[in-house]
Design a protein around this ligand. Structure first.
Ligand code: 9WN
Length: 518
């Protein structure tokens, strides 16, 4: 029948239409996620966009990442939004006058000329830089793309691994739901519940000028987002010990499996970049493997067959087992190092030195654990305030499947969980939902509380292939291409029907479509 989707016949035009979306959203130096709803540059969007753009214009893909990295702060953080000065202030909330980066962020080294937010987003950037390089190594070398981005990416990872290890277990914590990128995921309900919302009259939601209220986070969510961001800003965007004096210190910190898995995948990519630049890269691979072990130790729940978020300030004392309090991980590399150093080789040398120290700490941690287990204390550690797992099933808990060093049994279990009743891969769901299909908070249309998103499904497709699940990967790829096409490159879709929600002509949907077509 004429209306049956035929990927072979429509692949050519799908490619053109996806490229056209990216063309329309290009500003000259970067790509907006969508023209109406998101008129600035977003951090993890740009990484996904560059991954697709490399197939259309490797030069634009490099420029996309360079523009973002040009707004990096002195402490290494890459801001989640880089504001376009020609866009009116009321077009998006929170706007530059809310974040006040160049004044409030001065101590943390915010840029003086570019206006940015002060929080971060998932670190997909080193992975993107490596994939962009591979699309056209000749152009990349001619423009010294990797030597220029490597020190910045290394500083970014150092920021996350040192300043954001708030749980003390070697993983990075997010301090705001916007940082993890899945803004209103049910995973945040419990930790956000401890935050007093800012009064609704104190801000105006520009998002509701473009998106339907049923598809977006609620006003109550927004009140809490605003309160957390205001407090972080008023504390000078200081992290960890430096934040103790800040108004918002110690209230919201979550170790998220997707955020950390992307950091680890990017650490593997940094190793590949280091090798390309003439360094060994082995120390970075080793660190990525230790981080994978830390991720399993802190966030894997064998009984549920997936990863969960850890609410660092949540839970009570004396929790145990998988929902308990692992105090230190084998990867706890928390020495402070200067950021934004020049030269890839120097960065690699320092990283190796840091890794040796981490190695020694890992050995002493292992000895400590062994002693505890011999004395019968295993699983009932009471000394650490490092929180409790949050019992909500989010797609974030499947995304560690992108990790090459994931133990085989865990990868197999994750694939089984993805195909089970909660996520419906290859079964009831057309695309994998952002949240448990059977969960108490499931809503097929409301943003990150159920709808399927293209970036998370693209990551799952990659993970399935990595772990040899070629049949399932192929099925998911076809479903992604078909849904991107029929939904008009929607921002997100109903996971059962594929019906479009949010913005249309959404950049990462178009970009990842291009990547899947190659
Ligand atoms: C807040 C831009 C961003 C994405 C996030 C998505 C949404 C912003 C918003 O849009 O967040 O950062 O205004 O809702 O949740 O993942 O990066 O596309």
């Amino acid at each position: 029948a004429a209306d049956v989707y035929d990927p072979v016949r429509s692949a050519g035009s799908l490619h053109l239409r996806a490229a056209h979306v990216l063309e329309g959203n290009w500003t000259g130096t970067s790509t907006v996620p969508s023209r109406g709803l998101y008129p600035h540059q977003w951090s993890w969007d740009s990484a996904f966009i560059a991954i697709g753009l490399r197939h259309v214009s490797p030069l634009r893909a490099q420029t996309e990442l360079e523009t973002l990295l040009g707004a990096q702060w002195g402490d290494g953080r890459i801001p989640h939004i880089v504001f376009n000065p020609s866009v009116p202030l009321d077009a998006y909330f929170p706007s530059p006058d809310f974040w006040r980066s160049s004044t409030a962020g001065r101590a943390a080294g915010a840029p003086r000329t570019v206006q940015t937010s002060g929080i971060v987003q998932p670190p997909v950037h080193a992975l993107a830089a490596w994939l962009v390089h591979q699309a056209d190594p000749g152009l990349s070398r001619a423009r010294s793309f990797l030597p220029r981005v490597y020190p910045r990416l290394a500083a970014w990872h150092r920021y996350l691994l040192h300043r954001r290890d708030l749980g003390g277990g070697g993983l990075a914590s997010v301090v705001h739901p916007w940082e993890q990128g899945m803004d209103n995921s049910p995973c945040w309900d419990a930790p956000l519940g401890r935050i007093t919302p800012a009064p609704p009259r104190t801000f105006r939601r520009a998002d509701l000028d473009h998106g339907s209220a049923e598809d977006r986070p609620t006003d109550l969510d927004y009140g809490r987002y605003v309160r957390l961001a205001t407090d972080y800003r008023d504390g000078g965007y200081a992290d960890g010990a430096g934040a103790e004096a800040g108004a918002g210190a110690g209230r919201f910190a979550v170790e998220d499996p997707a955020f950390n898995a992307l950091l680890i995948a990017s650490e593997h990519a940094l190793a590949a970049i280091a090798r390309e630049l003439g360094a060994a890269g082995t120390a970075r691979h080793a660190r990525a493997e230790r981080l994978t072990a830390a991720l399993v130790a802190r966030l894997w729940d064998p009984a549920e067959g997936m990863f969960f978020c850890r609410d660092v300030y949540g839970g009570g004392e004396g929790e145990s087992g998988a929902h308990g309090t692992e105090r230190r991980s084998p990867s706890g590399d928390r020495t402070s190092e200067p950021c934004l150093q020049s030269g890839a080789l120097e960065a690699e040398r320092r990283s190796r030195a840091g890794d040796r120290a981490a190695e020694q700490r890992a050995q002493s941690d292992a000895r400590e654990r062994e002693q505890r287990s011999r004395s019968g204390a295993h699983g009932t550690e009471r000394r650490s305030p490092s929180g409790a797992l949050i019992p909500e099933r989010s797609v974030a808990g499947l995304l560690p499947l992108i990790l090459p060093a994931l133990p085989r049994d865990i990868a197999t279990t994750l694939v089984r969980t993805a195909g089970g009743p909660h996520f419906g891969l290859g079964g009831v769901a057309r695309l994998v939902p952002s949240y448990d299909l059977t969960g108490h908070a499931f809503d097929p249309r409301r943003y990150w509380r159920g709808p399927a998103w293209f970036n998370t499904n693209w990551l799952l497709e990659r993970g399935l292939r990595l772990h040899g699940e070629h049949g399932r990967a192929q099925e998911l790829r076809s479903a992604l291409l078909e849904t991107a096409d029929t939904s008009g490159f929607a921002e997100y879709v109903d996971p059962y029907t594929g019906e479009a929600c949010g913005a249309l002509g959404f950049s990462w949907t178009a970009a990842l479509t291009l990547d899947l077509l190659h």
